[in-house]
Design a protein around this ligand. Structure first.
Ligand code: NAP
Length: 301
């Protein structure tokens, strides 16, 4: 039976793909909560053509949200922003959802297990944890989709690993053997859409992962696919990374550098590692692994 889903963030990177997968199930009557005057309305055209409808609303304007939640079964949030959007806005949407009789809410988590992460190390985790816990407090059935790092964005030869073909070096933090979980944006969106509509899914964390890998696993993939060999260089141990995170946070805890280094620290220490992976609940998703991405990029080049 069809469920009515209200999705916030459909003009964004992840939200647009969640919308696509919700529509593909054929089981969602999809409403897109879109702020008036948003710059990326053109992203909505294929979703509207596939049957979605737009409901105007801005998470920073609580009065604009009440008209959006009546008759909705499930709210999915894939928003991004500062405290006004991630905490105050998502909570305001939850309160409007309660008034509208909504059953389930998926907040914009989509990370390592930010609920297990110690506070004060990554500001974006702190905001989303605060939001998630307050939304749980409304009494809605809350599902936290946790996917690790985005495999196709964060886990690239940049943040986690620097491959320098000219110098022949592979540079990383730590020993290079520390494993972490990662999932592509597309696979995360697919899992989120299925979880939103899965009536038997109990509330709580839904952890999924396309891959569990380390910097040296990534190097091995590149060496196998390209035939090259890389000299391994560590930027420093986890203790040095932790000290750097504290220094950068002391300057500006919300700076992109502070957030990215904080993510790396959590990936290497396992402090926010995913447990109890639920991939098997949705066997129709065959999540891609890092090797497939590298092989695909190689054959497309
Ligand atoms: N695990 C990882 O490695 C990783 C990496 C990146 C992101 N993420 C997570 O994925 C989630 C989505 O991120 P993203 O990069 O897809 O975000 P994004 O592309 O920046 O999109 C953000 C969305 O939020 C909407 N939005 C912002 N403020 C709003 C407001 N006041 N009212 C209504 N809508 C508003 C935007 O609408 P407009 O078009 O109107 O601006 C847009 O649709 C976030 O939880 C983010 O932290 C995880």
């Amino acid at each position: 039976m069809t469920q009515t889903v209200l999705l916030a963030g459909a003009t964004g990177m992840l939200g647009g793909r969640i919308a696509h997968h919700l529509l593909t199930t054929g089981e969602a009557d999809l409403r897109l909560l879109v702020r008036p005057g948003g710059a990326r309305r053109e992203q909505l055209a294929p979703l509207l053509a596939a049957g979605a409808t737009v409901v105007p609303g801005d998470l920073t304007d609580p009065a604009s949200l009440d008209a959006s939640t009546g008759g909705v079964d499930v709210v999915v949030s894939a928003v991004q922003g500062g405290r006004d959007v991630v905490v105050d806005g998502q909570v305001a949407l939850a309160e409007a959802a309660v008034r509208g009789g909504v059953r389930r809410y998926l907040p914009s988590d989509f990370a390592l297990d930010l609920y297990a992460a110690p506070p004060g190390e990554v500001s974006s985790y702190d905001l989303r944890r605060e939001a998630g816990l307050r939304i749980q407090g409304t009494g809605l059935e809350v599902v936290h989709v946790l996917n690790g790092a985005f495999l196709d964005l964060f886990v690239q030869p940049r943040g986690v690993l620097d491959l320098d073909d000219a110098a022949g070096t592979a540079t990383f933090w730590g020993e290079g053997t520390e494993r972490f979980e990662a999932t592509t944006v597309e696979d995360t969106a697919h899992y989120a859409a299925l979880a939103a509509l899965d009536r038997d899914l109990p509330p709580g964390k839904l952890a999924v992962a396309g891959d569990r890998l380390s910097a040296l696993d990534m190097v091995a993939v590149h060496e196998r696919v390209t035939g090259r060999r890389y000299r391994q260089v560590s930027r420093g141990g986890v203790t040095e990374l932790e000290a750097l995170v504290h220094r950068v946070r002391a300057g500006d805890p919300d700076s992109p550098q502070a957030v990215v280094l904080g993510y790396l620290l959590h990936m290497l220490t396992g402090r926010a590692a995913l447990t109890d992976l639920a991939n098997d609940r949705y066997p129709q998703v065959r999540p891609r692994r890092y090797a497939e991405l590298v092989e695909g990029a190689r054959s497309a080049a």
